[in-house]
Design a protein around this ligand. Structure first.
Ligand code: PYC
Length: 333
């Protein structure tokens, strides 16, 4: 059938888009969300491209599809779809997805206020708060996060050689802190970061290999987290997270916040129980917390939590007609 229809519920988490595909998603096989992600990537990636890229989406577009959990103890499984691919884990995507799923009655958690959510990166425990029908906050207790490498040197166009740390928080992040050749995000425009980031990402991936110690389908540096001065006094830190080919996260980025907390914990700047308020490029905030210290792949890591909010923006019946529309599967410029 050439004409496909997807019922999507659109939202944003602290400014960044979340498009939950509530109808029309494909059935996937596999014994875990990680295996189902591989099935999707092999056979259905056109759905991601059609719904995320222009003309139906845009550079920042990000979304999810819900599946029944593989373990009946859990409440739901989530596939993340984005302009950058199918992320193992997405923090802002999870906060938006849970907000939509609860407000719209798409899932019925076994215990009100708690969702056990399977993701390709592992189990994420979600606590949400409601006022009436509205979900007012979502807290994710994320997968184990750790600092993978420190002080890697990479040449950045225009800026020169930069030192970066690489940390995992559900995706691998190169963290660029202010230093001799980089003054901090306040000193540059978003389009400068967007111009430099893919070059740095490619150079780091050519020189170094990052593979998750417990799941080798999670590999490669996908995101950059540039840091700089905060806008508000209550924030501990601010970031501009680059993803895909042209996106700067409008939210403080859940997996990026987890990676940065792991970096700070490894450097002794955060300890168990400490909170960490992370500010996005546009000034929206997530509250993070170091919930626990754990071992992962022979390294000391943390279990971070991230709390934020999301708002539903609309209902969207999206048509993808391969026979009628030359841009049915989207395009990138
Ligand atoms: O919130 O984890 C996140 C995320 C990843 C990419 C964009 N946002």
């Amino acid at each position: 059938m050439a004409r496909k229809s997807f019922f999507c519920i659109d939202a944003h988490t602290c400014g960044n888009p979340v498009r939950l595909v509530a109808g029309g998603g494909p059935s996937l096989s596999g014994n875990s969300m990680s295996e189902k992600r591989q099935h999707f990537l092999n056979e259905y990636d056109w759905i991601r491209k059609a719904l995320m890229f222009e003309p139906r989406g845009h550079d920042m577009m990000s979304g999810s599809i819900l599946y029944p959990p593989s373990d009946p103890e859990n409440d739901v499984a989530v596939l993340f779809i984005e302009t950058s691919g199918c992320l193992p884990m997405c923090g802002h995507g999870s906060i938006g997805t849970i907000t939509i799923a609860i407000e719209e009655g798409l899932i019925q958690p076994k215990k009100p206020g708690i969702v056990r959510m399977e993701t390709p990166a592992g189990l994420v425990l979600v606590n949400y708060r409601q006022e009436g029908k509205k979900v007012i906050s979502v807290k994710l207790t994320n997968v184990a996060s750790y600092l993978a490498a420190e002080n890697l040197e990479v040449a950045c166009p225009e800026l020169g050689v930069l030192k970066v740390d690489v940390a995992y928080g559900g995706n691998f992040y190169a963290i660029v802190d202010p230093q001799k050749n980089f003054q901090g995000i306040q000193a540059y425009k978003a389009h400068d970061l967007i111009r430099w980031s893919p070059v740095i990402r490619e150079r780091i991936n050519q020189q170094y290999t990052f593979i998750h110690p417990e799941n080798d389908t999670i590999r490669g540096l996908s995101h950059l987290l540039w840091t700089g001065d905060t806008l508000s006094e209550e924030a501990d830190a601010r970031n501009a997270v680059f993803y895909g080919d042209k996106a700067i996260d409008r939210s403080p980025c859940g997996t990026g916040t987890s990676a940065r907390m792991a970096q700070w914990a490894a450097k002794g700047k955060l300890k168990k129980g400490d909170c960490f308020v992370h500010e996005s490029y546009i000034g929206s905030q997530f509250t993070g917390r170091v919930e626990d210290i754990v071992e992962i792949g022979g390294k000391q890591g943390i279990i971070p939590s991230i709390e934020g909010w999301a708002k539903i923006t609309g209902y969207n019946q999206i048509i993808v007609d391969e026979e009628d529309d030359p841009y049915a599967h989207g395009f990138q410029v």
